[in-house]
Design a protein around this ligand. Structure first.
Ligand code: ADP
Ligand code: ZN
Length: 612
């Protein structure tokens, strides 16, 4: 495939079709690819799943010489190299795991221009030996993937990335392209400065992930709620995030007991077990990985159909990143989270008890408050999330829970006053359960013991049930009017904003507590909206999937490397009978057609015979 030194670049559109089997570019992909193929530098800021890889892979193939790709994680490299080789692209990786003889052969191929793409870790790239070696290689371009790693501001800072600016001096005239899914202004400036991309064109797009639906439910019985959610995902793979290692293990065990195949993943597990569980997640379908946030970085699995959170993360940034691991392939996917007062209390305590200086704590508090606001919003969640990243979305996305099931609001000023005054009159010494008993006029032993049936607020809240009061309490804690004192066993205390509410200077608008079993329009994930799970088309998809699994297992690669779900659904729609018809399906390139075309045509033929 690679071009000799003197040849003109190939047409990117021809490469897209013949190598990757895609009929057209995604919006903005084409601009980047034309610019870089033509020799320009670029900074690409696209969200996950938008198709950044092709932005450097196609120019690398189209231009004469070898594309050098800097990638921070060996796992990511392996995945990309394996995917490219399946498509017949000459790709290789150099990292500490490559045997000496293999590495020498790869270097020889690179010098001779026999490779299309060579992946390398940043720490290796910046060594004098490697730079000398590169000076003997005909280089098509240099791509710096996950470029936000140059920035100390972000979460994945890698000191070796900071040294990559040297490439500007060593290889003038070689186009360089940096890519990241992190878009904030500081990271972007750091990348441009540190990598010395002075003349780079910046390509950025919306960070919306339209194929991900967002749902945040009030926590009530989290396990039962999770099981209900997972029942919508039979046959799918996804991630369940928990805050602690203990709850990871307990949740995984419980799910297995309920017939849902689940494996745990957290930093405290034995390395070998962790790796095996991660590998199973990549290679199997219908597997639930229950994990702490230790899991996810460097996972490129495109068919993660759901990401569930049993506890809220620390910020909208973390939420966006973790949920963003769903639906990389563009098919409908779900982000689902349970949210309760304990989250707010626990996260606030983590901040207060942490060692960070006060200035940092203030930032952390602000980030947490912003996420709580997304959880509590009565408006479109997508709009609230994107607004946090400085992007105006019109709202009404019809793919989040608040759009699909609009939340009822009510004037909760009087209820809030009753609750606050019950807390005050019981001396700010009791937890939520007792205060609600007092409000509802319950004659419990504790009420009798403290003679709380004699105070003025006893029974004034009998009009609401305990669940509704729990919701009022949670919202006032979220809003910062009520504090929870851990030193005193969760005693509720009044905070500054409570005063204005009690005086009637401020009104309080509350969400109505959701009904016990939240109703949700049956939006299934995965297949295109038009396919019914029990239809013959769904059966064809399953048959194609079984074929893919067998082919992948023979080669020891994840199934998505053979064909992605989107391509299998493309076969379902087209029901190809001939090689030409198969070649026309999106995602079926020339090499994959040669390798797998016959096997999948046979599956379609059998299905047509049985259903024809
Ligand atoms: P990113 O790196 O931006 O997260 P990827 O490069 O992994 O995204 O691409 C996401 C998915 O989109 C992959 O499954 C890829 O094959 C697919 N894809 C990318 N470009 C196109 C295209 N032009 N047509 C169809 N599918 C595409
Ligand atoms: Zn919405």
């Amino acid at each position: 495939m690679s071009q000799t030194d003197t040849a003109a670049p190939l047409d990117p559109r021809a490469v897209l079709k013949s190598v990757f089997g895609f009929p057209s570019f995604r919006p903005q992909q084409e601009d980047v690819i034309d610019h870089v193929t033509g020799g320009g530098d670029a900074l690409v800021l696209f969200p996950t799943g938008k198709g950044k890889s092709l932005c450097f892979q196609i120019p690398a193939i189209a231009r004469p010489g070898v594309g050098i790709v800097v990638s921070p994680l060996v796992a990511l490299m392996h995945d990309q190299v394996a995917t490219l080789r399946q498509a017949g692209v000459k790709a290789a990786a150099l990292n500490a795991g490559v045997a000496f003889d293999d590495a020498r052969a790869i270097r020889d191929d690179a010098r001779a221009g026999r490779l299309d793409l060579l992946y390398v870790t940043p720490e290796r790239l910046v060594t004098p030996q490697f730079l000398d070696f590169l000076s003997e290689v005909p280089i098509a371009l240099i791509a710096i993937d996950e470029a936000h790693c140059v920035s100390q501001w972000g979460h994945d800072f890698r000191p070796e990335y900071a040294g990559l600016g040297i490439l500007a001096d060593r290889f003038p005239g070689v186009p360089r392209i940096a890519l990241t899914a992190t878009a904030d202004r500081r990271t972007r400036e750091d990348i441009l400065r540190s990598l010395r991309l002075d003349d780079a064109r910046v390509f950025s797009s919306s960070f919306d992930r339209p194929n991900i639906s967002y749902t945040i439910v009030e926590r009530d019985e989290p396990k039962r709620q999770l099981l209900g959610f997972l029942s919508r995902h039979k046959g799918n793979s996804g991630i369940v995030y928990c805050l602690s290692r203990k709850s990871v293990e307990a949740t995984a065990e419980w799910l297995n007991g309920k017939g849902v195949r689940a494996l745990p993943y957290h930093a405290g597990l034995d390395r070998a077990i962790r790796d095996a569980n991660q590998d199973a997640f990549l290679k199997e379908e219908n597997l639930c990985l229950v994990a702490t946030v230790a899991f996810g970085m460097g996972i490129d699995k495109p068919d993660v159909r759901f990401v569930a959170h049993l506890d809220i993360p620390s910020s909208i940034e973390a939420y966006y990143q973790e949920t963003g691991r769903a639906g990389r392939d563009g098919l409908p996917s779900e982000a689902w989270m349970t949210f309760g007062m304990s989250d707010v209390v626990q996260r606030r305590r983590m901040i207060e008890e942490g060692q960070a200086p006060e200035a940092v704590k203030r930032i952390e508090r602000g980030k947490l408050e912003a996420l709580i606001a997304v959880c509590e919003t009565c408006d479109c969640r997508r709009q609230a999330i994107l607004r946090h990243f400085g992007e105006e979305h019109p709202g009404n996305c019809m793919n989040c829970d608040t759009c699909l099931n609009p939340v009822a609001q009510w004037d909760g000023t009087e209820a809030a006053q009753k609750l606050l005054s019950a807390i005050a009159r019981t001396g700010q010494r009791f937890g939520g359960g007792h205060v609600i008993d007092v409000l509802r006029g319950q004659r419990t032993d504790k009420v009798a013991q403290f003679r709380h049936d004699e105070i003025k607020t006893f029974g004034v809240g009998a009009d609401l049930d305990a669940r509704a009061w729990g919701s009022v309490l949670r919202q006032l804690v979220s809003a910062g009017a009520i504090g929870v004192d851990h030193e005193a066993y969760g005693a509720l205390t009044l905070l500054e904003p409570a005063r204005a509410i009690l005086k009637g200077e401020e009104t309080v608008t509350l969400r109505k507590a959701a009904p016990a079993a939240p109703r949700r329009r049956g939006q299934r994930s995965g297949p295109p909206d038009t396919v019914d799970a029990s239809s013959p088309d769904a059966a064809l998809f399953q048959a194609l999937r079984a074929c893919r699994t067998a082919l992948a297992r023979d080669q020891g690669v994840p199934p998505y490397i053979v064909f992605g779900d989107a391509t299998l659904w493309g076969m379902v729609a087209a029901k190809p009978r001939t090689v030409d018809e198969m070649a026309a399906v999106s995602g079926v390139g020339a090499e994959k057609l040669r390798r797998y075309g016959a096997a999948f045509l046979e599956v379609v033929r059998d299905w047509v015979r049985d259903n024809g």
